[in-house]
Design a protein around this ligand. Structure first.
Ligand SMILES: [Zn+2]
Length: 283
């Protein structure tokens, strides 16, 4: 089983996770920029983080044959902090980088006017840089959040086929299905979606435009839940080809719209990060 995790926060994971993911079949991933738990107080904290998303993390992933890509943005939560908003001015520089395959995560956290402004501005950046957009939906008041999200996406003029609306569930899937946007589902150990619930949604709605991610982050999460979902699909009677479509070809098609996916076989590539090869333990 080959797996492309289209949304996983490796910054918050250990190198052992990369190793386990590679063993489970994960060959490529996209790491979206998000909040780091501790509130950031200045733009420099963002640029150091973005630099690590296009430098250090691809190196770390490469040690295990995993192709790492990133999305960059001012996340919805920190869009509310005036100390963070000037990061919008430095985003264009990062949106030109090779490893950056979308603008994200953007969207709503608490649905404030500040979040409205940052969301619209960053959808405009996606259009201007000819990139897809990864849109986070709020965990509270989800139906209204998705409704408002879809209205802002429509208003922006971005092609819905270049937008993934993420963190959907049984309640919000229908709202997004008819818009032409891609549908993202985050599989978690106790909250949001589980592998069996995801299988039921795939039975009901098919595999087209469906993206499954582990979204592994600082909280209780599991970077192998993409694999668990693939196994649950097979156990429920889906074919190997169905699994390959959901866990590989769909994310490749969506992020491939950036023109920047790099899926060359990692074994042939010599990986170095400032001459550093510590992660291999001396080999
Ligand atoms: Zn996320």
């Amino acid at each position: 089983m080959r797996i492309f995790d289209p949304h996983i926060h490796m910054t918050s994971r250990t190198t052992d996770d990369y190793e386990r993911m590679a063993a489970a079949g994960v060959r490529a991933l996209v790491e979206p920029a998000f909040w780091l738990g501790q509130p950031r107080t200045n733009v420099g904290s963002f640029t150091d983080y973005f630099d690590s998303l296009v430098g250090w993390e691809p190196f770390r992933a490469g040690q295990f044959g995993i192709r790492h890509h990133a999305t960059v943005a001012l996340n919805p939560k920190e869009a509310n902090d005036p100390r963070c908003r000037p990061v919008l001015d430095v985003l264009p520089r990062y949106l030109e980088k090779d490893g950056v395959v979308a603008v994200g995560e953007i969207g709503y956290d608490s649905m404030t006017p500040e979040e409205d402004a940052a969301f619209a501005a960053q959808l405009a950046l996606a259009v201007a840089h000819d990139l897809p957009a990864l849109v986070h939906t709020p965990h509270r008041d989800k139906v209204r959040g998705v409704e408002r999200t879809l209205a802002v996406v429509a208003e922006s003029g971005i092609d819905p086929g270049r937008v993934v609306v993420d963190h959907l569930n049984e309640v919000t899937v229908k709202q997004v299905r008819d818009t032409g946007c891609w549908l993202g589902f985050s599989i978690y150990p106790d909250t949001k979606m589980s592998p069996p619930r995801m299988v039921e949604l795939l039975k009901a709605y098919g595999t087209e435009r469906m993206l499954v991610n582990s979204a592994a982050d600082w909280g209780r999460s599991d970077p192998l839940l993409t694999r668990a979902t693939g196994d649950a699909m097979l156990a429920a009677g889906f074919t190997d080809d169905d699994v390959d479509r959901v866990l590989w070809r769909n994310p490749v098609e969506f992020y491939g719209q950036s023109g920047r996916l790099d899926l060359r076989d990692e074994d042939d590539a010599e990986q170095t990060f400032a001459g550093n090869s510590i992660l291999r333990g001396g080999s």
